[in-house]
Write a protein that binds this ligand. Structure first.
Ligand code: SLL
Length: 146
């Protein structure tokens, strides 16, 4: 595969989760919260130019533990009762670029932020950067387009 010699491209990303308590108690499954785990570009750009899909791997207590999201927003909304680590795996438009993984610990109770409405929700997010060292030629073009 032909690669761009001595070139590197940086893509800033943000990932994390929000969570709110369920208004109605559920007797059947003990679920207490609704949550959303997400991954997005830090900048306002079209991520489909360089991201093929994002895979979220949930706790084994969930049916369909592996969730694949092919179009933005890259996020999974679920309900549950417990916190656990989620594997977030990013696949790129050029399959010659290996997928990369990060891990996010799903938070249901802390830290909270206050919305303009005055409501408190749990929100935790992290900034990171994907650095493509000598990307393939097609990947380099895709990264410029995004
Ligand atoms: C804990 N180690 O004990 C963690 C596990 C599992 C969370 C948390 C519901 C799953 C379902 C759910 O919240 N699992 O009912 O589908 O805290």
């Amino acid at each position: 595969v032909e690669r761009m010699k001595k070139k590197s491209v940086v893509k800033p990303i943000v990932y994390g989760n929000t969570a709110v308590p369920l208004v109605h108690k559920r007797d059947n499954d003990q679920h207490t919260h609704q949550w959303t785990v997400f991954l997005k570009p830090y900048l306002a750009e079209d991520p489909t130019k360089w991201i093929r899909k994002v895979q979220f791997r949930l706790h084994e207590s969930y049916a369909n533990q592996t969730r694949i999201i092919e179009t933005p927003p890259y996020e999974v909304t679920e309900t549950g009762w417990g916190e656990f680590e989620i594997q977030i795996r990013i696949y790129f438009v050029d399959n010659n670029e290996k997928p990369i993984s990060t891990f996010h610990y799903l938070r249901l109770f802390q830290p909270t932020i206050e919305l303009p409405s005055g409501n408190q929700i749990v929100c935790t997010e992290f900034y990171d950067e994907i650095i493509f060292q000598e990307p393939t030629v097609p990947m380099y073009k895709a990264l410029q387009a995004g």
